[in-house]
Write a protein that binds this ligand. Structure first.
Ligand code: AMP
Ligand code: GLY
Length: 429
C-alpha cells in the first residue's frame, strides 16, 4: 500500500522509519518531511507551502494513499480526520472534537473533573483583571497555562507574583511569541515524578504502548524553562504493571467515558502526561492526542511488531487482537538543540559528524535542512540521537557517545537524560 505521513519532526522521522520497515508498504509520501526522513527507504517528500486540509485530501487521492498517519497535533485539532472520513479515506488519529483534549486545556479539565480523574485544582479566566485578583490570594508556586496549542511553550511555573501579573497581561494581549489565547488556566503546582503514559485507543479498547519518560526542562537537574522535551527513554520503572492498571482504570477509561457522554468517540494515540506523587498516585498534567516527541523516538526504537498492523487495527476497531512486541532492550534518546532554544536561536549552522554509524544507534532529524549540499540547523530541536542498549545505562552511554561525535556551532544538550532512573533517585525509590 501507499502511505501518507503528515509532519516533519523527530517523531515523524521515527514513524516513517518504522513504516518503511513494513513489507505491506510500497511508497511513503511525507508532507513536509525533512532531510533525515527523505533518506529513509520508499520515501517521497512533497513540498507545499502551508498545506490546507484540501491539499492533503487531493494528494491522498492522487497518490492512491490507503492509510494516512498524522504526527503533530495541529492538523488533528483542525479536523483533518473528519475531512478524510468524509472522503472515505483511511486515517489514523482522533477527530476534531476528540482532539480538543489537547487543543483546549479548559475542555480537558472539564472532562477530567466530570470523570473524577485526579488533576491539579484549577480556575479558568477570560480576562486579566479577574486572573490577577485570583492570584493575589494564591501561594507560590502555581502554574499559568494558555488554553490553546502552544508547542510546549504555553505553560509557566510561577514563583514571583509580580512576573505573573505581567505574564497574564502579555498572554491576553498576544505579546508572547507564538501564543494567542482568550482563556488562561491557573492551577496548583504538583510535586512528584513525571512520566508519559501513551496508549492506543479505539472506542473503548485501550492498549498501552511501552512506557516512557521525557525531560521537559531545558537544563540538567530539571531546571530552567519548559521545552518540547530534551530527551526521553523507554521503558521506565515509574510506570510498572500496577500503575498501568491504575492509569487505565482511574484515568483513561473515565476520560473516554466522559467523552462518550458528549458523543465523542476516540481513535488514535492518547498521551497522558502524568505527575506521580510521593504516594505513587498519578495525576494528569495534560492530555496530548498524538505520540510524544521525543518519547516516540525511544518507544518506536523498541517496537518489533509491524506498525502498519497497529494503525489498521486501531482504525478497524480490532485493537484487542493486537499483541504488540517490544525489544527487551532499553532505548535512550538525547535531543541536540540550538543554543537559545526554547527562545531565540540562530539557524543555518553546518552540522558535522552525521555520516558515522554506530550499531544500535539511530539519528532522527527534527530541525535540519540541506544548504549547499550540507546538513544545517533549521530549528530549536535539531536531532534526536537514539540508542538501544541491553540496559538503560548502556543505552545512555551509547547515545551520549554518538552525540559527542556530532558538532555545530551552538549545539546544546542535557547531560543527565535517564540519570535519575539509573541512579535510583526518584522521590519514592
Ligand atoms: P503541560 O504542557 O501541561 O504538560 O505542561 C508542561 C510541563 O509543565 C509539564 O510537563 C510539567 O513539567 C510542568 N507542569 C505543568 N503543569 C504542572 C503542574 N500543575 N504542577 C507542576 N508542574 C506542571
Ligand atoms: N514530549 C512532550 C510532548 O510531545 O508533548
Amino acid at each position: 500500500m501507499n502511505v501518507l505521513i503528515i509532519g516533519g519532526g523527530g517523531r515523524e522521522h521515527a514513524i516513517t522509519w518504522k513504516v518503511s520497515q513494513s513489507k505491506k508498504v510500497k511508497k511513503i509520501f511525507v508532507i513536509p518531511g525533512n532531510p533525515g526522513i527523505n533518506l529513509e527507504d520508499k520515501v517521497h517528500s512533497i513540498k507545499i507551502d502551508n498545506p490546507s486540509l484540501e491539499d492533503y485530501i487531493k494528494i491522498a487521492k492522487e497518490q492512491d494513499i490507503e492509510l494516512t498517519i498524522v504526527g503533530p497535533e495541529a492538523p488533528l485539532v483542525e479536523g483533518i480526520v473528519d475531512e478524510f472520513n468524509k472522503h472515505d479515506l483511511k486515517i489514523f488519529g482522533p477527530n476534531k472534537l476528540a482532539a480538543q483534549l489537547e487543543g483546549s486545556k479548559d475542555f480537558c479539565k472539564k472532562i477530567l473533573n466530570s470523570g473524577k480523574v485526579l488533576t491539579a485544582k484549577h480556575e479558568t479566566f477570560s480576562d486579566a483583571i479577574s486572573a490577577i485578583n485570583y492570584i493575589k490570594k494564591q501561594e507560590i508556586p502555581f502554574v499559568i497555562k494558555a488554553d490553546g496549542l502552544a508547542a510546549g511553550k504555553g505553560v509557566f511555573i510561577i514563583d514571583d507574583k509580580d512576573k505573573a501579573y505581567k505574564l497574564i497581561n502579555d498572554l491576553f494581549t498576544g505579546q508572547i511569541d507564538g501564543i494567542k489565547t482568550s482563556l488562561i488556566i491557573i492551577e496548583e503546582f504538583l510535586k512528584g515524578e513525571e512520566a508519559s503514559f501513551i496508549c492506543l485507543v479505539s472506542d473503548d479498547q485501550i492498549i498501552p504502548l511501552a512506557s516512557s519518560k521525557d525531560h521537559k526542562k531545558l537544563n540538567n537537574g530539571d531546571s530552567g524553562p519548559n521545552t518540547g522535551g530534551m530527551g526521553a527513554y523507554s521503558p521506565t520503572k515509574l510506570i510498572d504493571g500496577k500503575l498501568t492498571d491504575m492509569v487505565i482504570k482511574e484515568i483513561i477509561s473515565p476520560t473516554l467515558n466522559e467523552l462518550k457522554k458528549e458523543g465523542i468517540v476516540y481513535q488514535g494515540f492518547l498521551y497522558a502526561g502524568l505527575m506521580i506523587d510521593k504516594n505513587q498516585k498519578p495525576y494528569v498534567l495534560e492530555y496530548n492526542c498524538r505520540l510524544g516527541d521525543p518519547e516516540a523516538q525511544a518507544i518506536l526504537m523498541r517496537l518489533s511488531s509491524d506498525i502498519i498492523d497497529i494503525f489498521l487495527k486501531a482504525i478497524d476497531g480490532s485493537l484487542n487482537d493486537l499483541d504488540i512486541k517490544w525489544e527487551d532492550y532499553s532505548a535512550c534518546t538525547i535531543v541536540l538543540a540550538s543554543d537559545g532554544y526554547p527562545e531565540k536561536f540562530e539557524k543555518g549552522k553546518i552540522i558535522e559528524g552525521l555520516d558515522h554509524e554506530i550499531k544500535g544507534v539511530k539519528i532522527f532529524h527534527s530541525g535540519t535542512k540541506i544548504e549547499d549540499g550540507n546538513f544545517v540547523t533549521s530549528g530549536g530541536r535539531v536531532l534526536s540521537v537514539t540508542a538501544l542498549g541491553i540496559n538503560l545505562q548502556v543505552a545512555q552511554a551509547k547515545a551520549y557517545e554518538r552525540c559527542n561525535q556530532i558538532h555545530w556551532d551552538g549545539k546544546i544538550k542535557r547531560h543527565d537524560i535517564a540519570s535519575k532512573e539509573i541512579d535510583n533517585k526518584f522521590i519514592f525509590s
